[in-house]
Write a protein that binds this ligand. Structure first.
Ligand SMILES: Cc1cc2nc3c(=O)[nH]c(=O)nc-3n(C[C@H](O)[C@H](O)[C@H](O)COP(=O)(O)OP(=O)(O)OC[C@H]3O[C@@H](n4cnc5c(N)ncnc54)[C@H](O)[C@@H]3O)c2cc1C
Ligand code: SF4
Length: 334
């Protein structure tokens, strides 16, 4: 690990100024991703600004829903009464990630900004456009079993690893950020993360120095029927091969509203908008869930080693929607 400066901030403005003024500086949340990357020499910030003492760690009601703090821990958020009651999909997704110890340290802002788990990104001896722009993509023609089937480019085929963010995408969350000179803005979740295109080194649309202060969850009708299904190689401590956040609102058995977001398939949370459109107004039946999944996956572009993800994603969409129909009963995970 290379030497770096450490400081901690008690006010957002102090932290934002410190990071905005120094291109080598990074915010430090729980450190569960950033410090790992520093130890592996993948990232080498010259300064870390600890933001865990900022008063941005609440979960509170707003006029239009609930806001979760940028520095609130994943554990606090997932177990909070307002989240368990109104957004069980988010609780399920957070609790499907990492381990209890990591969730106790990990912050919501850090979770959104965690970096890909592509093994070539972690191996500094291999080419990787995300780590070193212009060096090539080791995974494109290499071992790409865990990589993207949607939205990839020749420059990068990595997937985004967060579970929490897949639920936030399905819930149409909004990310509140603050930059230097007190400039605040709100980013719709669909526009927060990016597809790789020609600039895979950029994971998201934050401007330099912008701090995630809170994430807002609009009120919705999905609390009764939502489900997060995560398919992984072992049942804990593993990232998703494919995951699905599904939510339904019904009128009788007719689908009034539906949200489906996929994890493990793209460089950002992937909203299954083809499947959503297909399902609106239809009966909530397994046959319709499967037909919608087929329609969505028609557009998939698998790589050499991950063709299995296409069938896996189809089944996962149908199973997650069935899980939602059962009122989010646990126990369907693969
Ligand atoms: C063994 C292991 C298993 C894991 N398994 C899973 C899993 O199954 N599913 C899953 O989703 N995750 C998993 N994770 C990842 C874990 O969820 C993330 O490491 C964690 O959420 C990151 O949060 P943090 O606060 O520790 O971030 P940090 O490591 O502190 O920061 C990550 C990045 O976010 C930036 N940042 C932090 N806070 C802010 C903010 N408020 N505004 C702007 N930028 C900010 C930092 O500068 C840094 O670039 C796993 C991690 C480990 C180590
Ligand atoms: S997929 Fe992306 S992160 Fe992985 S090697 Fe290629 S450029 Fe790097």
């Amino acid at each position: 690990m290379r030497p770096f400066n450490y400081s901690n901030a008690s006010e957002p403005a102090t932290a934002i100024t410190a990071v905005s003024m120094n291109p080598g500086a990074k915010y430090l949340g729980g450190g569960t991703n950033l410090v790992d990357l520093m130890k592996e020499d993948v990232m080498h910030p010259s300064a870390l600004v600890d933001i865990t003492r900022l008063k941005l760690a609440d979960v509170e009601k707003t006029a239009t829903g609930v806001a979760i703090g940028g520095t609130a821990t994943n554990s606090f958020t997932a177990n909070h009464e307002l989240i368990r009651t109104n957004y069980p999909l988010l609780s399920m997704a957070i609790l499907a990630g990492a381990s209890a110890q990591i969730r106790n340290m990990a912050t919501n802002g850090g979770n959104l900004n965690q970096r890909t788990r592509c093994t070539y990104f972690y191996d500094v001896n291999m080419p990787c456009n995300k780590r070193e722009p212009g060096s090539g993509c080791g995974a494109l023609k290499g071992v790409n079993r865990t990589h993207a089937i949607f939205g990839w480019s020749e420059k990068c085929v990595a997937v985004y690893p967060s579970d929490m963010a897949i639920a936030l995408a399905a819930l149409d969350a909004k990310v509140h950020v603050e930059g230097k000179n007190n400039v605040k803005r709100t980013i719709g979740f669909a526009d927060f993360h990016r597809l790789p295109g020609d600039t895979p080194e950029k994971d998201n649309n934050l401007k330099p120095g912008e701090l995630i202060t809170s994430i807002e969850l609009p009120a919705n009708d999905f609390a009764e029927r939502s489900y997060y299904l995560k398919i992984r190689e072992r049942s804990s401590y593993a990232f998703a091969l494919v995951s699905v956040a599904a939510a339904l609102a019904l009128d009788g058995n007719q689908i009034k509203q539906v949200r489906i977001a996929l994890g493990g398939v793209a460089h950002k949370p992937w909203r299954a908008s083809v499947a959503e459109k297909w399902l609106i107004g239809k009966e909530a039946t397994e046959a319709n869930f499967r037909a919608a999944a087929e329609a969505e996956l028609k557009n998939a572009r698998p790589l050499e080693h991950n063709k299995f993800k296409v069938a896996m994603a189809k089944n996962a969409i149908a199973r997650a929607l069935q899980g939602a129909m059962q009122g989010g009963v646990y126990g369907l995970d693969g």
